[in-house]
Design a binder for this molecule. Structure first.
Ligand code: FES
Ligand SMILES: [Fe+2]
Length: 458
């Protein structure tokens, strides 16, 4: 690996790199002030200790806003999806009055009401003794009611509601009956920053669920930094700048990193040739690499100049996006467990959920969520298989795959090999805790916020 193209500039953690040094105070690419989370090591026990996992359950998962799913997945009254977090299961359903969430449990003997990921219902009927609820949660039937003595059922138990709110087409839930902050307060400035992408119009075109043998944070950490890309995903360095990135720390543990695509990594020796990765990028943008006259360094701007008017003409360009967003990956972290890799066409959604039985196992959800387009092929980096219907007319089935099985695409496949090995390494008696570089400042920011929850400060 060559490191010859780095500039002489020393990295200053207080100013960081900027993706657009000319960006003004209110520009989408503006640099946010540095938040100093110190230089301490992050202890390994949080990645495997059942006691820490229990503290997370009591102080984080049961108190924080969580993305349960997409409103577009339940377009009609009666449509529902199931969302499991820890040992709790919820039903998110569209009623005539709007989207509601309820605990997925029968008040008779505790059976779960729904088992599938998605469905449509006129009523929720328990499979054990047929008690039944309306989709607004009200009780509809107690089977053989006259055989119950009155005190057992006189409260006419409706399904137990769960706090719910929405932003950007995401349905958020909060297991805390009285959340300490509204969703709006929790998300802070993130919705305003991402409004020009119009998430609310986007639909799921790919949906994969799997389980990896690692703590949820071991995996999440790997997606909050690009420091490992040269070692683990070197194939993408021809069209991706893994080094000069803008890392911004936001409120409530959230953060972003702005990453140039269609640019050769400074770690690559050849900075001139329009390499295979850049050729792919030109083709994705609808340009002919044969007639492209420039060098590698010209590709990113050329794609931006081509793509913006082309998208506008096709009705696919969205007011309010800036030039760099036409090519780049804007990666956001929605505390505590979702990352979004955002492009104008849509975003990659990754969610990390703990396994309630094993701190060294987690449920990994990967979805591709796009602006609906008829007969168009999304860019290769969106990771959508050829022939996928991206019109929004059909919602793909959720694929359940085992760890190591194909289905995630080659980059995530590489991470699937790496992350469980890191998990094993964290158990070493010689490991003194994680030492984060400033390229990993988003991890430090995330763990500092997690610590505040664990300490009961949030
Ligand atoms: S457990 Fe649901 S009806 Fe008996
Ligand atoms: Fe990775």
């Amino acid at each position: 690996m060559k490191f010859s193209k780095f500039s002489e500039r020393a990295y200053d953690h207080k100013t960081g790199w900027r993706i657009n040094p000319d960006a003004g105070e209110s520009a989408p690419e503006r640099k946010f002030p540095y938040i100093d989370n110190g230089t301490g090591f992050v202890e390994a026990n949080r990645y495997y200790d059942p006691g820490f996992a229990q503290a997370e359950w009591e102080r984080l998962w049961t108190r924080v806003w969580l993305i349960a799913g997409r409103a577009s997945d339940i377009p009609n009254v009666g449509d529902w999806f199931k969302f499991d977090i820890g040992n709790q299961s919820l039903i998110v359903v569209r009623s005539a009055e709007g989207i509601r969430a309820f605990h997925n449990v029968c008040h008779h003997r505790g059976n779960r009401l729904v088992m599938a990921d998605f469905g449509h219902a006129e009523h929720f009927t328990c499979a054990f003794h047929s008690w039944q609820w309306n989709i607004d949660g009200s009780l509809n039937r107690i089977t053989d009611r006259d055989t119950f003595r009155d005190p057992v059922i006189c409260d006419e138990p409706g399904l137990t509601p769960v706090a719910l709110d929405q932003w950007g087409g995401f349905v958020f839930v909060n297991l805390d009956a009285n959340p300490s902050r509204s969703l709006q307060e929790f998300l802070g400035a993130v919705p305003a920053q991402l409004a020009p992408f119009h998430f609310e119009d986007m639909v799921v075109v790919k949906d994969v669920q799997t389980r990896w043998p690692a703590n949820w944070k071991t995996a999440l950490d790997a997606f909050l930094e690009s420091y490992h890309v040269h070692a683990v995903h070197s194939e993408i360095l021809g069209f991706y700048d893994d080094y000069y990135q803008q890392w911004d720390l936001l409120e409530n543990g959230m953060s972003r990193m702005l990453m140039e695509f269609a640019t050769v990594s400074p770690r690559v020796e050849d900075q001139q040739t329009v390499n295979d990765g850049l050729i792919m990028m030109l083709q994705d943008a609808g340009m002919d690499p044969e007639t492209f006259k420039g060098t590698a360094g010209d590709v990113r701007k050329a794609i931006q100049r081509h793509k913006i008017p082309a998208y506008a003409k096709a009705g696919k360009w969205f007011d309010g996006l800036v030039e760099n967003q036409a090519t780049d990956d804007w990666a956001y972290f929605i505390f505590p467990n979702v990352t979004l890799n955002i492009h104008p066409e849509g975003f990659l959604f990754q969610r990390f959920r703990p396994d309630p039985r094993d701190p060294e196992s987690f449920v990994y959800d990967v979805q591709v969520i796009l602006q609906p387009v008829e007969n168009a092929k999304p860019p290769v980096y969106m990771g959508v298989e050829d022939g996928t219907d991206c019109s929004g007319n059909t919602r793909p089935e959720r694929q359940h795959i085992r760890h190591g099985e194909p289905g995630l695409g080659f980059v995530l496949q590489q991470d699937s090999v790496l992350v469980p090995v890191v998990q094993q390494g964290l158990r070493s008696r010689a490991f003194k805790g994680a030492r984060f570089s400033e390229q990993e400042q988003r991890l430090r920011h995330f763990h500092a916020e997690l610590d505040r929850y664990i300490a009961g400060e949030k």
